[in-house]
Design a protein around this ligand. Structure first.
Ligand code: UDX
Length: 452
């Protein structure tokens, strides 16, 4: 099928590359011409494992453009995957979405086009995009009876495993009020639903993956599913962190507690890793948006609100733990291992490391940092932050009074801890992710602590 994708961020680019890999003909559009030039030259503007390989394989089916006039008229399906960054009130900024909808309305030309909201948008946005499209189309002197319908197809991909999550999803959710739109999207996703494509060697199909369920529903339900899923995952993490606080007081081991409850299939083991808490572009923004939407209906979301508060508290607990250990923070040197909000990405949006570094700087601490991937982005986005960037973990540890493991990159698991301990002024490590081997570090001469 012929597909256009508006926006070449994480969601748009991953979706475009996967659909092209499956054999669809895909035009990726971004109004940022420099991004399009880079993509045409085979350069990928984001860090995502395997994206370069899959893009190379899918390239014959892909085109990159900044022109709606080129991308839209032939497309049977148009995905809107533009950014919806948060505003101070928690409600997302819908400017890019509205621009995209109007521009699509200027160019649709087929007897039937499905316009799909892939961006995370407030509940009710499907209707709103539909009205913007219609207005824009009806103002055209050259309109020729083209028809279109709006659908919602929320994405559930995680950064770092975005391609795996797109090719082998747990489910595909599609919301539309027009049956014909659902049918078109069913055909589009058929290779994924039936898992009929040949898996790339570097992204093998897990044995557990069979046919993928598709949930087709109405627009508003699909939109709410996205928020409810992210809020639930976020509160699962906050729940284990709340229990972690009590576990610490009563002398229980939170990892054992998580394992013990996770073995109950009604609870499940995932998203129960206690620690510094969640970051990233979705959980914070989506929980804020859910609360904001509820507010518009005079409702409160006390569970989601608490989950946010508990998450913020985990960052403060890092400082509290360091205070407990070092007594005085002013004038100390503290090293942070990891800047990205989680491993295998260079994304720093709502990254705990940034918040923790700032809290420490505010208390007069000299902060040293390392990250295997995210340093370039850090310099671009937080270049004015007063931290010392180091090339490796050993350099970070030099003269430190404490180290904090903020992001559980694999390479931090097997460091030469003995030599790291010797380089430190005081060999204390706070493992913010329960990622390191307590016994090994203790044997290497470090004092080891976790948040709970
Ligand atoms: C998330 C959702 O998982 C995805 O479905 C949605 O579409 C976008 O938001 P992402 O933000 O890429 O994906 O990362 P995810 O792997 O979910 O992790 C989010 C944060 O939670 C990270 O900071 C991670 O470190 C933290 N986390 C995750 C925990 O603290 N504990 C856990 O047990 C799991």
């Amino acid at each position: 099928m012929r597909v256009a994708i508006i926006g070449t961020g994480y969601v748009g680019l991953t979706t475009g590359v996967c659909l092209a890999f499956l054999g669809h003909s895909v035009s990726c559009l971004d109004t940022d011409a420099s991004k399009i030039e880079a993509l045409k030259a085979g350069k990928i503007p984001i860090y995502e494992p395997n994206l370069a390989e899959l893009l190379a394989e899918a390239a014959p089916n892909m085109r990159f453009t900044s022109s709606y006039g080129e991308a839209i008229p032939d497309a049977e399906v148009v995905f809107i995957a533009v950014g919806t960054p948060p505003t101070p009130s928690g409600a997302p900024n819908l400017e890019y979405l509205s621009q995209a909808a109007r521009s699509i309305g200027q160019c649709v030309n087929r007897d039937f086009t499905v316009v799909v909201n892939k961006s995370t948008v407030p509940i009710g946005s499907g209707n709103w995009v539909g009205s913007l499209l219609r207005d824009s189309y009806n103002n055209r002197p050259d309109r020729n009876g083209a028809e279109f319908a709006v659908a919602s197809n929320p994405e559930f991909l995680r950064e770092g495993t975005a391609l795996h999550d797109s090719l082998y999803p747990d489910r595909i959710v599609i919301g539309a009020d027009a049956q014909r739109a659902l049918e078109v999207l069913y055909s589009l996703y058929r290779p994924i639903l039936d898992q009929t494509f040949t898996a790339p060697t570097y992204l093998p199909r897990p044995d557990s993956v069979g046919a993928v369920p598709m949930l087709s529903t109405d627009l508003a339900s699909a939109e709410l599913i996205k928020y409810a899923a992210n809020a639930f995952l976020a509160l699962k993490i906050s729940f284990i962190n709340e229990i972690g606080l009590l576990a610490e007081r009563v002398g229980a081991n939170i990892s054992e507690v998580a394992r013990g409850i996770g073995l109950d299939s009604r609870i499940g083991p995932r998203f129960l890793s206690a620690g510094i808490g969640w970051g990233g572009s979705c959980f914070g923004k989506d929980t804020a948006a859910l609360i904001a939407t509820a507010g518009e209906y005079g409702l409160q979301m006390p569970i989601v609100e608490s989950a946010k508060r508990i998450n913020a508290r985990q960052r403060d607990r890092v400082v509290e733990k360091l205070l407990q250990e070092l007594k005085i923070l002013k004038g100390r040197t503290i090293g942070l291992l990891g800047l990205a909000f989680k491993p295998n990405t260079d994304d720093l949006r709502e990254a705990p490391a940034i918040e923790i570094a700032q809290k420490l700087i505010d208390r007069g601490v000299r902060v040293k940092v390392h990250d295997p991937i995210a340093v370039d982005r850090f310099l671009k986005e937080h270049g004015d932050m007063q931290v010392q960037i180091c090339d490796n973990a050993a350099d970070v540890s030099e003269d430190c009074d404490a180290l904090v493991l903020v992001t559980e990159w694999n390479e931090y698991r097997d460091l030469d801890w003995e030599s790291i301990g010797k380089r430190m002024r005081s060999p204390f490590i706070l493992d913010g992710r329960h990622a390191l081997d307590r016994d090994k570090l203790t044997r290497a001469g470090l004092r080891y602590a976790t948040l709970s």
